[in-house]
Design a protein around this ligand. Sequence first.
Ligand SMILES: Cc1ncc(COP(=O)(O)O)c(C=O)c1O
Length: 371
Amino acid sequence: MPDRPDATPRSAPDEAIRLRPGLEALPAYVAGKPAAQDGTLRYKISSNESPFPPLATVRDAVVDSLEGVHRYPDAAAYALREALGLEHGVDPSQIALSTGSVAVSGDLVRALVADGDEVVYAWRSFEAYPIVVGSHGGVAVPVPLTETFEHDLEAMAAAITERTRLVILCTPNNPTGPSLSTEQVEDFLARVPEHVVVAIDEAYREFHDPATVLGTTGIFRRHGNVVLLRTFSKLQGLAGLRIGYAVAHPRLARALGQVTVPFGASVPAQAAALASLDEGVREELGRRAEWIRSERSRVLAALGAQGWSLPVSQGNFVYFPLGAESAEFVAFAEERGLVLRGYGADGVRATIAEQEASDLLIEIARQWRER
Ligand SMILES: Cc1ncc(COP(=O)(O)O)c(C=O)c1O
């Protein structure tokens, strides 16, 4: 018989280990709550996930790849990096992959930040930033958003010191929605010392109005300190497989390869990502993005007609800046079948997902105003 642990151990040994100082003070990542399984029809629109299931060719690629999962993944991820290199007009060696772009941002911090070095980002923004910075010994320098929930680039430039190693721009900004223009980013970059890396996190790029989307390729070509962060979790719908990447200049790309977890991008994740780059799949994903954009306009217009004044959103989500009432609104929505994402006393984010969920959001928002 194998030596199995008791299912209910009566006593646990003392755990006198010494954790890294500062770790306990870090916020824990709050994932979107799952919908309760209590018989009420609930939509979980709290994690900015795609409402669409995987496309058949992507699912087939994943299933086929399972034949090979007794082997480690191709650590060089040759086929995927070559395809991504072509897409971004860079050498495949400039593509740094990992288990989601959140992991790549951790790699960036590990590659750039020594104890006490600073990382500047806007706040509120993606809630993983303070965690990835703090857990790797960096000092987080959050710079408050403007009154219109946009990056305050003036204040961010002013927050850069001798100790700054990394600045993160999140565009469109999660959770508030506004994005940065090419001109704004260029003006900002002109004020950033060339040894400070500027990461542009575009997890929601595909949901942006294509006419005004950031000129990322040109920005990357013009600036040796810019690195791009991309994910397959949002429009491509591969959140559960965990794969994202950076497009980096050669020295940084090499450094990212040094610090990243070996074999991070799994066999099925690589297969799914590669299949997502297929021309036919891209066309369908493009249609999905278009649908999300038109749903977003519909939701914002309906809420506007009710008297709400929400920030402009270029992501697959909308943001209710409810301040101290945020938690109450989250509970109000949950009682009525919608799981939203609350951010303390700042606001509440709702993902644009199934049409029925958006209809319910509009109805709940109406009831809230009339309560
Ligand atoms: C701004 C931003 N960056 C990165 C990510 C993480 O993406 P991934 O699933 O690739 O780790 C998210 C996910 O919510 C996000 O909102």
